[in-house]
Design a binder for this molecule. Structure first.
Ligand code: F6R
Length: 260
């Protein structure tokens, strides 16, 4: 695990975009896993800017999103289809037939989820998966007690996660109870993982994720088992880490050839 601490969300978003851009430049057919939520917004803004100003080419990549609400049509403003279109897809030259976002309207959910897993495998597996983290330690929508070996499936959101998503829906009672989400096992199969966490309200869960025991109660803690995970934090989100000085020291002394 590598912990990188940046002064603020803006500079962390820029570094995340640089890392993803270098994956795409090295491997134009890269398979990229994308998250939604408020955290990655500066990251997407930088990817769009790099496309416009630096010619970053998305034309051959394949994308897989982590999750989607069950029962929301793609054009619903709170759907993750609409989010991805707004923040990335419509601004860059990604091929629409290689964009995969779980279909919350799927009629046969179990077979749809199996196909989502098959599609990831057929594409060659995810080269880099970007993640946010919920205050309860969810990644994707793998809520606490999710199996650490889970695959893409339907999940029930906790009361708190429904509350946290109420703004986008206008009120809590409009937030669906169910989502489709990649599993923890699906996420762990990615070759590289980049988790972004910003703000003081994420400090406690970041500390439990990075330095606490691996436990289904904190699904993100499973990332400790992954060989190439980077936690990209702003200062407030890093404040609860007991080894914070060590992470800074490691980053300062990183060999040039390992730098992003
Ligand atoms: C969204 C997702 C979630 C969010 C998490 C944090 O696709 O998978 O795990 O990353 O709920 O959300 P924000 O960034 O809004 O704090």
């Amino acid at each position: 695990m590598e912990v990188i601490i940046q002064p603020d969300a803006e500079s962390a978003g820029l570094l995340a975009a640089r890392i993803v851009a270098s994956v795409i430049r090295d491997k134009p057919h890269a398979v990229v896993g994308f998250p939604t939520g408020s955290t990655p917004i500066p990251f997407y803004a930088h990817l769009v800017r790099m496309h416009r100003e630096e010619g970053l080419d998305f034309s051959r990549i394949t994308t897989f999103n982590l999750d989607e609400f069950v029962g929301l049509p793609h054009d619903h403003p709170a759907s993750y289809h609409a989010y991805m279109d707004k923040h990335l897809i419509r601004h860059v030259n990604v091929a629409r037939d290689r964009v995969h976002i779980p279909d919350g309207m799927a009629a046969d959910i179990p077979s749809y989820c199996r196909k989502y897993e098959d599609d990831i495998r057929t594409a060659g597996g995810i080269d880099i998966q970007i993640l946010g983290i919920g205050p309860d330690g969810h990644i994707g929508f793998n809520e606490p007690t999710s199996s650490l070996g889970s695959r893409t499936r339907i999940k029930t959101l906790t009361r708190q996660t429904r509350r946290d998503n109420a703004v986008e829906f206008g009120s809590e009672d409009k937030v669906p109870f169910h989502v489709l989400t990649m599993g923890v096992g699906t996420i762990l199969d990615s070759r590289m993982i980049l988790l972004l966490a910003f703000g003081a309200k994420k400090a406690e869960i970041v500390a439990r994720t990075v330095e606490g025991p691996v436990a289904a109660l904190v699904p993100a803690s499973a990332l400790q088992l992954h060989p190439q995970t980077v936690f990209l934090l702003d200062e407030p989100a890093a404040a609860g880490l007991s080894k914070i000085d060590y992470y800074r020291y490691v980053y300062e002394h990183k060999p040039d050839w390992q730098k992003y």
